[in-house]
Design a protein around this ligand. Sequence first.
Ligand code: BES
Ligand code: ZN
Length: 854
Amino acid sequence: MPDPQKAVRLADYQPYTHCVDSVDLTFRLVPEATRVTARLTLRPNPERTGRNALRLDGEGLKLLSCTVDGKPVKPEIDAESLTIPAKSLPAGAFTLETVVEIAPDANTALEGLYMSKGMYCTQCEAEGFRKITYYPDRPDVMSRFRVRIESDLPVLLSNGNPVGRGKGQAEWDDPWPKPAYLFALVAGDLKAHSSTFVTVSGRKVDLNIWVRPGDEDRCAYAMDSLIRSMKWEEEVYGREYDLDVFNIVAVDDFNMGAMENKGLNVFNSRYVLASPETATDDDFARIEAIIAHEYFHNWTGNRITCRDWFQLCLKEGLTVFRDHQFSGDMRSAAVRRIEDVVALRARQFREDAGPLAHPVRPESFVEINNFYTATVYEKGAEVIGMLKTLVGDAGYKRALDLYFDRHDGDAATIEDWLQVFEDATGRDLSQFKLWYSQAGTPQLKVADDWKDGVYTLTFTQANPPTPGQPKKDPKVIPINVGLLNPNGDEVVPTIMLEMTRAKQSFRFEGLAARPIPSILRGFSAPVVLDRKGLAEERAFLLAHDTDPFNRWEAGRALAKDVLAEMALKGAPPPPAFLDAMASVVFDESLDPAFRALCLRLPGEDDLAQTIHAMGRIPDPAKIHAARREMAGALAIRLGDGLQRLYKDLDDSAPFSPSAEQAGRRALKMSALGLLTRRDGGKLAASAFARARSMTEEIGALSALLDVREGQAELAAFAARWRRDANVMDKWYGLQIMNAEPSEAAAVTTRLTETPAFDWKNPNRFRSVIGALAANHAGFHHQSGAGYRTVADWLIKLDPLNPQTAARVSTAFETWPRYDAARRKLARAELDRILAAPGLSGDLREMVERMIAAR
Ligand code: BES
Ligand code: ZN
């Protein structure tokens, strides 16, 4: 038996023993021996009693000296900390100075201070600062940081405002107290794409996006997104930027998407760099959203931070909610909402239904990095959306104003957050709080009844058991509902029904005829809606609903029903469904982006989830076959109309990443995909040759790969883009995601043998190993080769980069849903990972939680 892992518990929270009034850091940068001097002014925390020892976090540090008020002391040191006993400390305030040495060039975990292609950069959230120096590395310890960097590199950056630059050194001062996780340092030979922003109150801010030389001309879209974010934040939330400079740095080696360090955001280069030739429309949309997300953290995360990591959703859920609002305002709100719900179901519902399910605010964790999850982020954002629906727009605004007013400068909790809503609106939110503490996706059943001119909707909620939470209480569920007449007119426009009990009915009087209900409009709550066997109702809503989300949802539900039938019973695609799709796809009055979304069939993993929720065992091979058969049937049913559609969408206007053009391209690429099933690839090959954007290039290439063509195009693509790692990631991913299930593992292995497969780079690792996990029928292939290949690579990556290995391991989180033979194969791989010598705590926690399922 390995040692049981040490869990941290929310219930054990205690304020820190000391306050850190200021921090002075000096970095002498040397790749293999960087010297970090930290001078901390400390005093006992009045919230704690007695005289306490000083315990600082620190990992992998070589201590060179340690003084208290200038006198050397001998601290106790272990693998995780440095402790100075109370008796060696003065009674009041004192200054502690430590000097440590670290080796950024040997840091492959990409946490703390590390190197990426010759540049130094840092990643401290959640607990990486302790790999830089000894410090109370917890978010409720906030302090003023001053930083001096010594290096001959031309660009030396840290948080706050620049206060001194000389030969071989630079100094930065951050006037805003912050927790250590928001510290950042960057040094390198970088070039800036610069602009300025003048805030509402007239403060001029210098904006810079720092990139490697040669990439400056790919920053315009990110800069434009930043400026729009700053403006939106002022207009919608009344929040202004608070420093003289805002710097963004793009790095190629980064575990996550991006990081909101105060005044110095660090980004994975794939979420900054974009040009029409290199970035797809999805890339543009993602860049806009992530730039906004990290910028918005300046208020929700930085000015108001988290008391402890259990409160992570306080900043992440809220900031995701805000970046969704922003994207909705910048683009089509309806399209955005649909895309967000697709992602929510694919990632969060999947997590919530499996062994890794946990509450939006977890109550214990072993490795905090493992809790940056879809539940904390996406369900955390949904919970805020429900709050807003419940209290109304005006109530939400009052609550947010109060939140910023009351908690600016605080390290806050979910209790603080809910309290401002209670105080601003007078509502009691004690039942609502269950959304933060209970895991699992509620299942909402609906029945309706029409009698004597009264229409009644009856809802029943079930809250399924999740790990550690067998029994649950009913939740508050805001259900937005509209009613339509049989002729398609809306007789009751959207109203909010507030469900608070396990079973509850709502009556509608004064209707002339039995209405057709449109339930859960805008996806007003993150629940699974169970309204069975009403194909006509769905087809009607797909044709008539005035709520665009529910209109799409009706088609989606139909598609899922039909595909599940096909996979389970080998049924053919029903003509009525094909007709319904045709009428949407060719309806010129509808937004092309919306039509493209309707045409996109539910993914295979999503179908497996649906079939599993029906109480059946999903067969990945059959799901794959059903989905292909459906695509083939659609290609035939849509017929020559597809060609016309494709031609009509062929824009001659100059490229713009606008939502409007992106929508047209999305529909055009869907049409191309279907046309390719009929012509074997002729049109796609010429589309590839004539492509004027990466969206078209990738669209054509994937259409070809889908019909097992495109080898020449793949080679041409690689020849054109071999020097661009972000574009080549697409090349790797595409081949694996489109591979025949029986060959997916072999294709992956072949690609891992190419010289450009730099597996230590997280983007490349994810674009290859992550792509195999995303090929549902390939990963779950009955041979077990998919499981084995992913496990092999997790075992290989883990000693170098545990965080990325642990994240990719969620590929296995659905293993309990499959048949006994597959479960046995998957379980054997999970056991093999557990037995790997030197297994990291990160990966161990994930695998143990996944295994505990059975
Ligand atoms: N604070 C996170 C980045 C982070 C996550 C750092 C986990 C360390 C550990 C950042 O604000 C974030 O949420 N980034 C997301 C993208 C965002 C648009 C949801 C990411 O990196 O995936
Ligand atoms: Zn975030």
